[in-house]
Design a protein around this ligand. Structure first.
Ligand code: DGY
Length: 321
């Protein structure tokens, strides 16, 4: 581009993403990757036409209203966009884009990892070996739950939910799903449809959460919903932490109502509810669903594709607002 647009990049990015963005933009980088407070972000945005942010930056209505007038587009390096007030962006005339599709497989892989790890008590086993407390093979030792033939309920059957279903079919799991709109028979691939989460939960030996974080899904997996699940069911979350009511899940994990949980996302990350750490029947990951070299590069390139389109006057392919 003849006059390179100035671009504020709020977090340190993969090297390949930085190399590409330097070709077409005049970037202001965050080399030491410090988390900027709102005031600092606003100050650094002065003179920038675009912001490439992540889900760690809260672009609420107040922040968006206070953005310098020259900021015309926010490209978030994430598929989730609950950190951005889209209505406020629209009102201010700021375009917003995200990064769908490219993290589908990586996130679905982590959902499968959590399903297997929770079912087979991976945290307990790994700790025994690492701490040199393993005393040898025994028939009744570290016995978990088989996934083969079990029912997997997918809450939020979008791109990632469908990718989890494909993987789980490879483990001979029976797929159930709930979603507002039923999928076509071709997409369903024999999965059982439930109109509501309530209708699906009694059929879930495993539940994998893939819905977006919205006011409607906030703490939706609460005590009443957990009570609908079969005793000894397993819960897995790779979507957003605030979909789960932590206190209710922790109680259910303590009582055995829920046998185990595999969690990659938490409310108030990284300051998670500490009770999860003390439970042997949890397998906990630090929000790494999309953390592969391939995917993190692809997310950055998708942000740049959107920015490139915008600055060439074309519609950004992943426009949200
Ligand atoms: C996403 O893309 O939404 C990931 O969870 C990272 O924020």
């Amino acid at each position: 581009m003849p006059n390179k647009p100035s671009l504020l990049v709020t977090r340190a990015m993969p090297t390949d993403v930085i190399s590409r963005l330097k070709q077409d933009y005049d970037p202001r980088l965050n080399e030491d990757d410090t988390l900027w407070a709102k005031e600092e972000l606003l100050q650094r945005a002065t003179g920038c036409q675009a912001i490439l942010c992540t889900s760690t930056e809260k672009m609420d209505a107040e922040t968006i209203a206070a953005l310098p007038e020259e900021v015309k587009i926010i490209a978030t390096y994430s598929v989730g966009f609950e950190h951005i007030d889209l209505a406020a962006a629209k009102e201010k005339g700021v375009v917003v884009t995200n990064t769908p599709d490219v993290l589908t497989n990586a996130t679905a892989d982590v959902a499968m990892l959590l399903i297997l790890a929770a079912a087979r008590r991976a945290y307990e086993g790994e700790r025994l070996v690492r701490e040199d407390k393993w005393t040898g093979w025994k028939p009744n030792f570290m016995v978990g739950t088989e996934v083969t033939g079990k029912r997997l309920g997918i809450f939020g059957m979008g791109r990632i939910g469908e990718a989890v279903a494909r993987r789980a079919r490879g483990f001979d799991m029976k797929i159930h799903y709930s979603k507002r709109q039923r999928l076509s028979a071709e997409q369903e691939q024999g999965a059982t449809y439930h109109e509501t989460l309530e209708a699906m939960l009694p059929h879930c030996d495993f539940l994998s959460i893939h819905c977006p974080s919205t006011p409607e899904t906030h703490h939706i997996l609460d005590k009443a919903h957990l009570a609908l699940m079969p005793d000894g069911a397993i819960v897995v979350n790779t979507a957003r932490g605030n979909v789960v009511d932590d206190a209710a899940l922790i109680d259910a994990l303590k009582s055995g109502k829920i046998a185990a949980a595999g969690l990659d996302v938490f409310e108030n990350e990284p300051n998670i509810n500490p009770a999860y750490r003390d439970l042997p029947n949890t397998f906990l990951l630090p929000h790494v669903g999309s953390a592969t070299v391939e995917t993190r590069n692809a997310m950055g390139f998708k942000c740049l594709d959107n920015l490139d389109a915008f600055f060439k006057g074309a519609p950004p392919p992943d426009r949200l607002a």
